[in-house]
Design a protein around this ligand. Structure first.
Ligand SMILES: C[S@@+](CC[C@H](N)C(=O)[O-])C[C@H]1O[C@@H](n2cnc3c(N)ncnc32)[C@H](O)[C@@H]1O
Length: 253
């Protein structure tokens, strides 16, 4: 039976790859690569670097496919995401069916860890449910940007016996949740931290974590808000894209 591996490759540094991921990479006959356009060229290059560096037998094939366009300002965010997943499922299903022979192993290389804000597994489950193209699949974990953030700031994410909350910029647009004092924010294109109207909050911010462009800033949010906004805008202007993650921590909690 065909096999598909969803391999977490870590969130930026080629050294973040695990031994399990290296072993998995060496089983692969076909790498499926979704080309997400110009701003992701650098990320695509890192994926290629990883294959060149860790795969011993270079006889694998690479299939590059353009990502279906996505409506960035839809009337309903949820509906737009679901229909985009459906289009991606059509695409993945076709690629697996046409490019992978019955005895072969294919792989999707997922940035960071596949369990965090990544749709690959959701799409694979959708294809399996359709039952048109059949295959078995496995997931190999990777170092996520959250782990990279914590390690680079040398912090523990939770306080003793307390919860942490992982969310998106969109979800903190109205402020921090009341029931938790440590909030990790990803996918924030809009500096949502500037909406936090509390004085006793620290931020641990990291951009391009694990790469040579990495930027780390930490301290009181109110004092740093403008600096981070400026640094973020400058970095984005310079490189053409940015990836940042941060922890917001109530300090009087
Ligand atoms: C689509 S999600 C993918 C998350 C990924 N699966 C992970 O485990 O980190 C993309 C978001 O992850 C965060 N991210 C990923 N890589 C990053 C990096 N190297 N530095 C900072 N943030 C990163 C950013 O918040 C970005 O908006």
């Amino acid at each position: 039976m065909r096999k598909v591996l969803i391999i977490g490759i870590g969130a930026g540094n080629p050294d973040y790859i695990t031994v399990q991921a290296i072993n998995a990479l060496n089983e692969v006959d076909v790498f499926f690569v979704i080309d997400k356009g110009r701003e992701r060229e650098e990320l695509l290059r890192l994926r290629k670097q990883i294959c060149e560096r860790y795969v011993k037998d270079k006889s694998f094939r690479t299939i590059e496919v353009p990502d279906p366009p996505r409506d960035r300002s839809p009337a309903s965010y949820q509906t737009a995401v679901v229909s985009w997943h459906e289009e991606r499922a059509d695409l993945f299903e076709r690629m697996i069916g046409e490019e992978l022979r019955e005895d072969e192993c294919g792989a999707f290389l997922v940035w960071g860890d596949p369990s965090l804000y990544d749709s690959t597994l959701r799409i694979i489950e959708r294809i399996i449910a359709r039952g048109i193209v059949t295959f078995e699949y496995d997931v190999i974990p990777g170092i996520s940007s959250i782990q990279a953030l914590a390690a680079r700031h040398r912090i523990i994410l939770n306080r003793i016996g307390k919860s942490i909350h992982i969310t998106t910029g969109r979800e903190i647009a109205e402020g921090l949740p009341n029931n938790v004092d440590d909030v990790i924010v990803m996918l924030d294109a809009d500096c949502a931290f500037r909406n936090i109207n509390e004085a006793a909050v620290d931020i641990y911010w990291g951009a391009y974590l694990g790469t040579e462009d990495e930027i780390l800033v930490s301290g009181n949010l109110r004092q740093l808000t403008e600096d981070i906004e400026r640094m973020r805008a400058e970095a984005k202007e310079r490189k053409g894209w940015i990836m940042d993650t941060y922890l917001l921590r109530r300090t009087d909690g």
